[in-house]
Design a protein around this ligand. Structure first.
Ligand code: HEM
Ligand SMILES: [Cu+2]
Length: 566
């Protein structure tokens, strides 16, 4: 049988289905098109990333010299709280939803998400959460860190409304993510192209499936926890207050029961992006598709069992410590499987050194370091030494900047042509990577040493002892190099929107269905959807076209294959 069946016809959109055409900004505010919602997610979350970045630079300026007085202690506290909260809840988690919104339906050959209006609601709730949270700048920003530990977050220690803004943010972004997760799940379960069984799901889609399940499992716990905090603060309950019979440690358990899965919610979609990019630019199939999909599920399962490794310094029985140490070790196995498979995908590939690939390789190298220091910290006697020092700050940034952020940049360079019809500048992309990679390592590698020298995290100043002054200065210089790298990509995006080389439907000769349709895709995504016969449907389509026409046709150049039906 031929590689591609008679294409499946999707019923024509009838006039009944489409609202009267809105134009201009109204068309954006009222849209339920997953692609527009995806773009709104990506732009909004990237703006929050830049805000969080400015907050980081302000902190790094303060820390650039010992006994510095650039920031007051309370401004510093507010900044690390805003920074951590922004990066987690307003940038990394929702930007993954942005990519998924745009690309998940396209990758599985669907015309939209399962619940388009719910999808729009998810976006607006996210924006509302961000606005409420940053609104606290006009009153009194929260100062209890992104973890809002009890009793710091109690009305006794934090009487102003900052913590309430933080609680509101958690609720709003939480509902947003929960609705999004249900939507992703329903879309994947029900709207796949003909022939796309679970074993042919693109790996990015696998990662979003697991991201969605983890969100559904973890979010209700934090939603409950912040509600208890709210009643403690305003209605006289004492869930976290020892003097009323409550327990501050209850907060830590609830927070980290959510918080550790949250870490995988932030990183698994990044793994998914890497698993899409590597085979395209190594020009060979992903090594061990099933092992990568299975390891994603295994990581998610184990991620629910390790939360108390964030609480080794609290009083616990040794057997509990041992349990959480071993469960944390176990996560290294499926993670190692992934790293092995990615490297094996590159091995003997015909590698094209394009920017998405370079960011992906950068990702593997730095994420590996973050993973290894994670194993160190899982050894509880080691953690007793290092907890709450800069070693932890280094570790978490290796995972989240080296991990999530590098994967996000790989995704931006890989998919920008699909979203806009234009390529991002290659050489500016490589410069951006160079600055980011060097800047990142200069900033954070040395923080391991700062931590080993005993400098605690979340302090606004430090004395001029040992090497702390020079180490911190190096770290601060690095953060500005990193900022230049990020700035170059911003410039690249703005420039390429106008002057970027026209992309065509499939500039990378990629493997998955989003490249079957024009760039940018028409409102209904696809007029025809090829029957899926492997994990690389686009390769099948290219082969089929070549066989039928005798020439290697660039897909989409043939109007019959993919132009919108006007
Ligand atoms: C872009 C470059 C970045 C720089 C220069 C940077 C810098 C910093 C600094 C200086 C702190 C405060 C350390 C302390 O006083 O304990 C911090 C904390 C933190 N950062 Fe970043 N950061 C960056 C990106 C990110 C990203 C992308 C994330 C992603 C989630 C992130 C998550 C966090 C978290 C969760 C904290 C802890 C906040 C807390 O202690 O409550 N950072 N970062
Ligand atoms: Cu953890």
């Amino acid at each position: 049988m031929a590689a591609v069946d008679t294409p499946v016809r999707i019923p024509e959109i009838t006039a009944h289905d489409v609202a009267p055409e809105a134009t201009g900004w109204v068309s954006w505010v009222t849209t339920t098109d997953h692609k527009r919602i995806g773009i709104m997610y990506l732009v909004t979350t990237f703006v929050f990333f830049l805000l969080g970045g400015v907050e980081a630079l302000l902190m790094r300026i303060q820390l650039g010299a010992p006994d510095n007085t650039f920031l007051t202690p309370s401004t510093y506290n507010a900044l690390f709280t805003l920074h951590g909260t922004t990066m987690v809840f307003l940038f990394v988690v929702p930007i993954m939803a942005g990519f998924a919104n745009y690309f998940l339906p396209l990758m599985i050959g669907a015309r939209d998400m399962a619940f388009p209006k719910l999808n729009a609601l998810s976006y607006w709730l996210l924006l509302a959460g961000g606005i409420v949270f940053y609104g606290s700048l006009f009153f009194s920003p929260p100062e209890a860190g992104w973890t809002s530990y009890a009793p710091l977050s109690s009305s006794a220690f934090s009487p102003t409304s900052g913590i309430d803004a933080w609680i509101f943010l958690i609720h709003l972004t939480g509902i947003s993510s929960l609705l999004g997760a249900i939507n992703f799940y329903a879309t994947i379960a029900n709207m796949r192209a003909p022939g796309m069984g679970w074993g042919r799901l693109p790996l990015f889609v696998w990662s979003i499936l697991v991201y969605a399940i983890l969100l559904i499992l973890a979010l209700p716990v934090i939603a409950g926890a912040v509600t208890l905090l709210l009643t403690d603060r305003h209605f006289g309950t004492g869930f976290f207050d020892q003097s009323q019979g409550g327990d501050p440690l209850l907060w830590q358990h609830l927070f980290w029961f959510f918080g550790h899965p949250e870490v995988y919610i932030m990183i698994l979609p990044g793994f998914g992006i890497i698993s899409e990019v590597l085979p395209v630019f190594a020009r060979k199939p992903i090594f061990g598709y099933k092992a990568i999909a299975a390891s994603t599920v295994t990581i998610a399962f184990l991620a629910m069992l390790v939360w108390a490794h964030h609480m080794f310094a609290t009083p616990s029985a040794t057997i509990v410590l041992v349990f959480f140490m071993i469960s944390s070790f176990l996560i290294a196995i499926p993670t190692g499987v992934k790293i092995f498979n990615w490297v094996a995908t590159l091995w003997r590939g015909t590698i094209e050194f394009k920017t998405p690939l370079i960011f992906s390789v950068g990702f593997i190298s730095v994420f590996l370091i973050g993973g290894i220091t994670g194993v160190f910290l899982a050894v509880f006697p080691v953690d007793w030494q290092l907890t709450d020092t800069y070693f932890v700050v280094a570790h978490l940034h290796y995972v989240l900047v080296g991990g999530s952020v590098f994967a996000i940049f790989a995704g931006i360079y890989y998919w920008f042509p699909k979203m806009t019809g234009r390529m991002l500048g290659e050489s500016m992309g490589k410069w951006s990577f160079g600055f980011m990679y060097i800047g990142f390592n200069v900033t954070f590698l040395i923080q391991h040493a700062i931590g080993l020298d005993g400098m605690p995290r979340r302090v606004y100043e430090y004395p001029d002892v040992g090497n702390l002054a020079i180490y911190n200065l190096i770290s601060t210089v690095g953060s500005f190099i990193l900022a230049i790298g990020i700035g170059l990509t911003v410039v690249n995006v703005v420039r390429s929107l106008k002057v970027g080389v026209k992309a065509g439907p499939d500039p990378w000769k990629a493997n998955t269905l989003e490249w079957f349709t024009p760039s940018p895709p028409p409102v209904n995504n696809f007029d025809i959807i090829p029957r899926v016969r492997s994990v690389e449907p686009m390769k099948d389509v290219r082969r089929q076209v070549a066989r039928q026409t005798g020439v290697a046709v660039e897909l989409g150049a043939d109007p019959a294959m993919s132009e919108p039906r006007a």
